[in-house]
Design a protein around this ligand. Sequence first.
Ligand code: ASP
Length: 333
Amino acid sequence: MKRRNFIQNTALGGLGVVAGSTAVAGNLENTQNKTPERASTAPYQLPLVIATWNVPNATEAAYNVLNNGGSVLDAVEQGCRVEEANEQGQSVGIGGLPDRDGNVTLDACIMNSEGDYGAVVYLQNIKHPISVARKVMEETPHVIMAGSGAEKFALSQGFERENLLTEASEKAWKAWLIEAKYKPIINIENHDTIGMLAVDSAGNIAGGCTTSGLAYKMAGRVGDSPIIGSGLFIDNEVGGATATGLGEEVLKTVGSFLIVELMRQGRSPQEACEEAIGRIVSKNKNYKDFQVGYIAVNKKGEIGYYSIHEGFSATCYCADQNRNYPSPYFNKS
Ligand code: ASP
């Protein structure tokens, strides 16, 4: 199953969101048939890197940073940059599917072991929002910057302005426009954020989350991914969590913060991810119509991942093996 096509028939009410079902995640094919086992729930030896979806190049880049003595913050930034630069991936960075007006707008955030956080929302024309988010965290007195202000800041920091709408994504958007109706319809949704968590050998944790958001979203829409506690949360005393899927549902349950707080109370990363999904499911009669997936890690090196539906997966560079694991899921019907 391709990352972009893992959920269908999503009712997004007035959003009128329809996905380009032709969207292809390039070399990011899910290899779940080749690696059917799940990852261990016992603690892994540190360091480790875990990410949403099948992104071995990204986890490898991050792991290499750790192996070479780099920081967890550098690791997640470098890992996320791999997918942001991958034009074939239509959910992150360059090549991301645009909003319904044809604009590629990117959201990202990063969080370090000290509890600092930086984010950009609705950023256009800059390929690496994760790095701009880091600059927001390190070079400004603020934590979130949006839109043209964020772009202006990025340019002032030496980032290059470039067109992020690739030919393939423009084609998919134009195909969507043929049927596009701005009224409630049963639709097909696209979403596949890259969320990444890294733990170094001393148990320090950092995380990053980067996305082009929901394809054909309304102009101005911001999802969960750049919002602290929703798309990502790290507490170096406890662990970290990050999300992918229908951002509106993650936002409403502050999912990543919830998972970290559950781990603080003694739940394992797996139990905490399952409870956060349960929280969404219990509040939504229509949970069959949308997908959310979480990954989590704690300081001991235990990992967890869980989703509402089949099709989500996590890539873990753990115990010197870089592997993709299909996620267990709630909806067995
Ligand atoms: N969570 C993202 C959002 O709602 C979408 C995704 O996971 O691809 O913007």
